[in-house]
Design a protein around this ligand. Structure first.
Ligand SMILES: *Cc1c(COP(=O)(O)O)cnc(C)c1O
Length: 388
């Protein structure tokens, strides 16, 4: 058994060209040696590539690498993170089923649960993270799935994965964990009993702001059902994007180490600045679930949320004064990024819904990049001063 870092670098399908780096398989279909071979592959009697909507060597490499890191058996690569969230639910649930979900979720996932799935008779109930030990009462006879995100976007709330695994088992629920913020390098939900792990590969897995992509990983049994769904509904990842993500995985570990080191230092700087009202980062002792973060995450990740004195207007001024940090909704990039969730990524939530998950008008989300940490601190420091 190699270490995950090694697997992420070394796993590769080889062609007969003796290439060292992975080639890109830009082909929509694959040829058969005979009519009989075509029949047998379509019938799943023998393995092999058929058509790139089903599978392609680039997406297979990507899945094999991520599975080695996540400790999952199999997976599917999708065209976006949202295709992965949608596919993981739509492939396994049907009309009349119910989802129990943590209230603090990515904005579009929230839209899926509240506005898309109810059209097909799949309903959801939200549980508050601060109260999850009492979620027993939220389970209905038709509850089939427990859907959580930890750390959550943007609240950085942390759910005890061991608790979630046991809870799902006790109530016979499929546990789905969106592992986008932590990545497989910092946290492996399958170890704690998650049946499916989903990713927006757009974020840290690409890590360089180039590609939209997603992943659904899990047990062979469930992935077989997901595979049936994705084969016939078509959210496949392009071979080119799969290739980019596969190469990106080779540097995930070193990038995450630096993201985490930089973020811990920047979070510490915010904590010592009197203009900052609140700062939240999983590996700060002041984080309300710091112990849980230490238990299930190898490091604190690259995202910090904060509020400045002066509320929403101050947040806007602070953002506008940044010189280096980019204003854009992405995260997990080499470049540091600032986002104002209330007016952008979470603007489709009602003010009450935002309040319930702690997204005030003054909240800003900083995705700490790989620039020299002194330059990041210098930029936020001058923006804090100028926005007074
Ligand atoms: C960005 C994000 C998604 C959606 O992924 P896309 O690749 O943008 O479709 C889902 N969950 C979380 C936590 C995210 O940050």
């Amino acid at each position: 058994m190699s270490h995950n870092e090694t697997d992420s670098i070394r796993i590769q399908t080889r062609s007969d060209q003796r290439e060292h780096s992975s080639p890109i398989y830009l082909t929509s279909s694959f040829t058969f040696e005979s009519a009989e071979q075509a029949r047998a592959m379509f019938a799943d009697e023998i393995p092999g590539n058929i058509y790139s909507r089903y599978a392609n060597p680039n997406s297979s490499d990507l899945i094999e690498k991520v599975c080695a890191a996540e400790g999952t058996e199999d997976g599917i690569a999708t065209a976006s993170g949202m295709a992965a969230m949608f596919g993981s639910i739509a492939s396994l649930l049907q009309q009349g089923d119910h989802i129990l979900a943590a209230r603090s979720l990515f904005g579009s996932t929230h839209q899926l649960l509240t506005r898309v799935f109810p059209k097909w008779g799949i309903t959801s109930t939200y549980g508050d993270i601060s109260d999850y030990l009492n979620w027993e009462q939220l389970v209905q006879p038709n509850t089939k799935m427990l859907f959580i995100e930890t750390p959550s976007n943007p609240g950085l709330e942390i759910i005890d994965l061991e608790w979630a695994g046991n809870f799902a088992k006790a109530h016979n629920l499929i546990l789905v964990v969106d592992n986008c913020f932590a990545t497989s390098y910092l946290q492996q939900p399958a170890k704690w009993g998650a049946h499916l792990v989903t990713h927006s590969a757009t974020k840290y897995i690409d890590g360089q702001g180039r590609v939209i992509g997603g992943l659904i990983l899990g047990t062979k049994e469930l992935i077989k059902e997901v595979q049936f769904f994705t084969r016939h509904t078509g959210p496949s990842l392009s071979p080119f994007n799969a290739w980019i993500l596969t190469k990106s995985l080779e540097t995930l570990a070193v990038r995450m180490d630096r993201h985490c080191d930089n973020a811990l230092k920047v979070a510490g700087y915010f904590e010592g600045n009197s203009e900052i009202e609140t700062v939240r980062y999983p590996y700060l002792k002041s984080h309300p679930q710091h112990d849980l973060a230490l238990k299930q995450m190898k490091a604190g990740g690259g995202i910090i949320t904060l509020t400045l004195k002066g509320g929403g207007a101050r947040a806007q001024r602070f953002i506008d004064q940044l010189r280096m940090v980019s204003i854009t909704p992405n995260l997990g990039d080499t470049r540091s990024i600032i986002t104002h969730p209330a007016s952008t990524t979470h603007s489709k939530l009602s003010p009450e819904e935002r309040a319930q998950v702690g997204i005030s008008d003054g909240l800003v989300r900083l995705s700490v990049g790989l620039e020299h940490v002194d330059d990041i601190i210098k930029d936020v420091e001058q923006a804090i001063e100028k926005s007074k």
